[in-house]
Ligand binder design. Structure first.
Ligand code: AMP
Length: 289
């Protein structure tokens, strides 16, 4: 288990693993690990023989400096969890080494205009840039991302295809608390009341799921249902409640193909996101949340 940030050292360790015939997977994270991150490690281990986890709170993807400053940091615990869960190499990049005199950025046009992209200027550019760098440093065969950040996962699939990265992208399901709240590193910033109210995001998705599986295709109906549930639970602000085409991530008014229904709302100053994928083949419809 290696935890320093030298790029050349990481490259040589991964090269050795590859020489030994090992398939390599990368799980990029910002640390403050929870069961969601560990599920990505398990998904990686199913497909690969050598699992690299990166832990890097990537300053350039934070459009809000308070959010960056308050981002939870639990490195010692993270390293224990990574070890216990069979991660072979933890890469903790050094910010100076990563961004010294940095002038090059990666963007995916079109896919980041709605949803979180509309509310977090520069966020995805920061994500795509660091993920590209991690792909070039680690050179994994596989990389695992969570459905929890669906816009990120779908856009990275597009980036990999457009830029010919030889990396297979796996999107792993959302891991939830017992009451349904999506696990997130930011959940620790909620007090007890906010934590109780935040589950309304999941309740809203579940209620809209029932509507959709009962035959409702019209976005306006979904929107009003979700908004009512989340506002009644005391959300301070809703950034979006959006129905979008799964591949283009453009807003749609009705479900016609595979789609995503996604929410971002604030509780206690903490921005929480959640979503469900709507699988629709023209006949059968199924929501995955
Ligand atoms: P983060 O550390 O928040 O940047 O997340 C690192 C990776 O873990 C991303 O691919 C996230 O989508 C994924 N992730 C975060 N929360 C969850 C969750 N509750 N279930 C599954 N994956 C998650």
């Amino acid at each position: 288990m290696f935890t320093e940030g030298r790029i050349e050292r990481v490259r040589s360790i991964v090269a050795e693993a590859k020489l030994a015939g090992k398939k390599t997977a990368l799980v990029p994270t910002m640390g403050a690990l929870h069961e969601g991150h560990l599920s990505l490690v398990r998904a990686a281990k199913e497909k690969a023989d050598f699992v690299v986890m990166s832990i890097f709170v990537n300053r350039i993807q934070f459009n809000d400096s308070n959010d960056f400053a308050n981002y939870p940091k639990t490195l010692e615990n993270d390293l224990n969890l990574a070890r216990e869960n069979g991660v072979d190499l933890v890469f903790i990049p050094d910010e100076d080494e990563i961004y010294h005199d940095h002038k090059t950025y990666v963007d995916v046009e079109g896919l980041t205009e709605e949803l979180c992209g509309a509310h977090r200027p520069g966020h995805f550019r920061g994500v795509f840039t660091v993920v590209s760098k991690l792909f070039n440093i680690v050179q994994p065969d596989i990389a695992v991302f969570g459905q929890k950040d669906i816009q990120q996962a779908v856009s990275i699939e597009k980036m990999v295809s457009d830029l010919n990265f030889p990396v297979e992208i796996i999107i792993a399901p959302i891991i939830r608390e017992n009451d349904g709240l999506a696990k997130s590193s930011r959940n620790v910033r909620l007090d007890a009341v906010q934590r109780k109210n935040a589950v309304s995001i999941y309740n809203a998705l579940s209620s809209v799921q029932k509507m959709i599986e009962g035959g409702v295709c019209d976005y306006q109906k979904m929107y009003h249902e979700a908004e009512k549930i989340i506002l009644e639970a005391g959300a301070e602000k809703i950034d979006y409640i959006t129905l979008a085409d799964y591949h283009s991530l453009r807003r749609i008014d009705r479900i016609k193909h595979k789609a995503v229904f996604a929410v971002a709302a604030y509780f206690g100053g903490v921005r929480l996101i959640d979503n469900m994928i709507i699988d629709f083949d023209g006949e059968k419809i199924k929501c995955v949340l």
